[in-house]
Design a protein around this ligand. Structure first.
Ligand code: HEM
Ligand SMILES: *[C@@H]1O[C@H](CO)[C@@H](O)[C@H](O)[C@H]1NC(C)=O
Ligand SMILES: *[C@@H]1O[C@H](CO)[C@@H](O)[C@H](O)[C@H]1NC(C)=O
Ligand SMILES: *[C@@H]1O[C@H](CO)[C@@H](O)[C@H](O)[C@H]1NC(C)=O
Ligand SMILES: *[C@@H]1O[C@H](CO)[C@@H](O)[C@H](O)[C@H]1NC(C)=O
Length: 322
C-alpha cells in the first residue's frame, strides 16, 4: 500500500488539487463521465443526415477543416452574423451542413446540457463522416472550447484557394504547425463530395490566360468536364464530383491524380510537383497506409489553435456566443 505520509503535503496538494486545473491539452476521455453517450449521439445524427443526403458527409468534413484552419478549431465557422466567416469567399454559397450540426447539438444538449462544445461536436461529426463513408475510424482527443468571435477577413486570408500555387497553400498549413505532407494527406478528403464549376472552370477553357485548357488534364476527362461545366456564366454553380467515387472514402482520389484526372488545380498540382508526387503515387497504391495517415493528420489538424481549460466557452447554440 502507498503511504501518503511519505510525501510532503505540497506534493500531494499539487497532485490532487492542481493537476486537474492545469489540463491544457485535449484528452481522449474528456467526456467519459460528463457525457458518456456523446459518440453514439453524434454517430446517430450523422447517420440520419447521410441517409437523407449522402453528400452531407463531405460537407461536414469540409466544415471542420474550415473551422480549424481559421484561427483554430473553435467553432467560429458556425457563428451567424454579418462580417463573420460564413460571409468569406470560400464559405459563401459553399459551406453547408450547419443545420446538421444544430440538430446534433440539440440532441447532445438534451442528454448533457452545457457540457459539450460546438468545436468538439464538429470534430466528432467530421470523424463520423469519414468513418460512415468507408474511411478510417481514428481515435479523437476532445476538450476543445468554443471561441467568441468570427471574422470574414480571417477566413479570406487563412483558407487556401484552388487557384493558388502549392507553395502558397503549404504556407497556410505550415503557419498552423502542419506540414507539406499534411497538405497531400488531407487533400485526400477530396475523395468524397463535389465542387462547383467556377472552382475549376479556368482549367477547362483558359488556363493561366493561355486561351487553352490545362495541359495536365487527361483529354477524355477534360471533355467530360466541359460537358458538365460549359463555358457559360450560368454554369458556375453546376456540380462535379471531386473524384469518380464521390460517396466512398477510398484512395481513388490519388489514383485519379496519377491518371491526370484531378478536378481542382490544387489537387492535380500534388502530382505535378516532384516534392509531393511520390506521396501521391504511394497512396494510390496503398489504401491502408493512406487511411492510417489520414487519421493521424486529422488529429493534428483537429488540434490547431484549440481553446482548452478555462479559455473560451461552451456555447448553448452553435450559432451565437452565450
Ligand atoms: C489543400 C487545400 C484545399 C483547397 C484549395 C480546397 C478547395 C476546395 C474547393 C474549391 C471545394 C469546392 C467548394 C465548392 O465548390 O463549393 C472543396 C470541397 C471540399 N473540400 Fe476542400 N480544399 C482543400 C483542402 C481540404 C481539406 C484539408 C479538407 C478536409 C480535411 C477538404 C475537404 C473538402 C470536402 C469534403 C469537399 C466537398 C464538400 C461538399 O461536397 O460539400 N478540403 N475544397
Ligand atoms: C446512445 O445514443 C444512441 C442514439 O440516440 C442510442 O441509440 C443508444 O441507445 C444510446 N446508448 C445509451 C447507452 O444510452
Ligand atoms: C434532406 O436533404 C435535402 C437536400 O437533399 C434538404 O433540402 C433537406 O432539408 C434535408 N432534410 C433533413 C431533415 O435534413
Ligand atoms: C502566393 O504568395 C505570394 C507571396 O505571399 C503572393 O505574392 C502571391 O500573390 C500568391 N499567389 C497567389 C496566386 O495567391
Ligand atoms: C525536383 O526537380 C528539381 C528540378 O528539376 C530538382 O532540382 C530537385 O532535386 C527535384 N526534387 C526532388 C525531391 O526530386
Amino acid at each position: 500500500m502507498i503511504s501518503f505520509s511519505k510525501y510532503p503535503f505540497s506534493l500531494i496538494f499539487t497532485y490532487f488539487i492542481l493537476c486537474p486545473l492545469i489540463s491544457s491539452q485535449l484528452d481522449y476521455r474528456f467526456y467519459d463521465y460528463s457525457c458518456p453517450n456523446l459518440t453514439g449521439l453524434v454517430r446517430s445524427g450523422m447517420l440520419s443526415a447521410i441517409a437523407n443526403e449522402t453528400r452531407m458527409a463531405a460537407s461536414i468534413l469540409r466544415l471542420h477543416f474550415h473551422d480549424c484552419l481559421v484561427d483554430g478549431c473553435e467553432a467560429s465557422v458556425l457563428l451567424d452574423g454579418t462580417g463573420g466567416e460564413k460571409d468569406a469567399f470560400p464559405n459563401r454559397n459553399s459551406a453547408r451542413g450547419f443545420e446538421v450540426i444544430d440538430a446534433i447539438k440539440a440532441s447532445v444538449e438534451k442528454a448533457c446540457p452545457g457540457i459539450v462544445s460546438c468545436a468538439d461536436i464538429l470534430a466528432l461529426a467530421a470523424r463520423e463522416a469519414v468513418y460512415l463513408s468507408g474511411g478510417p475510424c481514428y481515435p479523437l482527443p476532445l476538450g476543445r472550447r468554443d471561441g467568441l468571435s468570427s471574422k470574414e477577413s480571417s477566413a479570406n486570408e487563412q483558407l487556401p484557394s484552388p487557384f493558388e500555387p502549392l507553395d502558397n497553400i503549404t504556407a497556410k498549413f505550415t503557419s498552423k504547425g502542419l506540414k507539406m505532407k499534411d497538405v497531400v494527406v488531407l487533400s485526400g478528403a477530396h475523395t468524397i463530395g463535389f465542387a462547383q464549376c467556377f472552382t475549376f472552370k479556368p482549367r477547362l477553357f483558359d488556363f493561366d490566360g493561355s486561351g487553352k485548357p490545362d495541359p495536365s488534364l487527361d483529354t477524355s476527362f477534360l471533355q467530360k468536364l466541359q460537358g458538365s461545366c460549359p463555358n457559360l456564366a450560368n454554369s458556375d454553380s453546376n456540380l462535379a464530383p471531386l473524384d469518380s467515387t464521390f460517396d466512398k472514402f477510398d484512395n481513388t482520389y490519388y489514383k485519379s491524380l496519377v491518371s491526370s484526372s484531378g478536378l481542382l488545380q490544387s489537387d492535380q498540382t500534388l502530382m505535378e510537383d516532384n516534392r509531393t508526387s511520390s506521396i501521391v503515387l504511394y497512396y494510390s497504391k496503398y489504401p491502408y497506409l493512406f487511411a492510417g495517415d489520414f487519421g493521424a493528420s486529422m488529429v493534428r489538424m483537429g488540434s490547431v489553435g484549440v481553446l482548452t481549460g478555462q479559455n473560451g466557452q461552451v456555447r448553448k447554440s452553435c450559432r451565437v456566443v452565450n
